[in-house]
Design a protein. Structure first.
Length: 157
């Protein structure tokens, strides 16, 4: 069941964690979050604020015996007419992704590494995999689907 809402930040997702996720008693919880925080969709956000929200959602899930799957934030690209890097600096994405990987290693969460699956050799979202340089198109989702499925399978083993 997809409970994501386009444009939301981790703070908004945290508020919805109980009614929209845990109330459904899932076996696993897959969290793709952070790009909208980096873009400051709900005002200024620091890396510490973003990571605190991700940590809170993860701890809530674990407290309810839900397996946690953390996704790395996907790269953006400047290959389309909508240049993305001013609002979502690649360095900020890399810093958040490193924290996500480190946190997952410390807590036993499973990683779905969307970044590795979708980044080109320049660290941008592969050309032709997004119409706006941010949101994946069908080709982009085709890269993401097996990553998500492998992470779900691993978490549920």
């Amino acid at each position: 069941m997809n409970r994501g809402i386009s444009g939301q930040t981790t703070a908004q997702m945290l508020v919805r964690m109980m009614p929209d996720v845990l109330a459904h008693n899932p076996a696993a919880f897959i969290l793709l979050a952070g790009t909208n925080d980096i873009a400051r969709n709900a005002g200024p956000q620091t890396l510490d604020m973003i990571t605190a929200n991700i940590q809170a959602m993860s701890e809530l899930a674990r407290a309810h015996n839900v397996k946690v799957i953390l996704c790395t934030v996907m790269p953006i690209s400047d290959y389309t007419s909508r240049v993305q890097s001013p609002r979502r600096p690649p360095a900020d994405i890399l810093a958040l992704n490193q924290w996500i990987k480190d946190y997952a290693a410390r807590t036993g969460a499973t990683i779905a590494d969307y970044y590795a699956a979708t980044a080109d050799d320049k660290g941008f979202l592969k050309e032709g995999y997004s119409g706006d340089g941010l949101h994946p198109n069908v080709k982009g989702y085709e890269l993401m689907a097996p990553v998500a499925q492998a992470a779900i399978d691993k978490a549920l083993r």
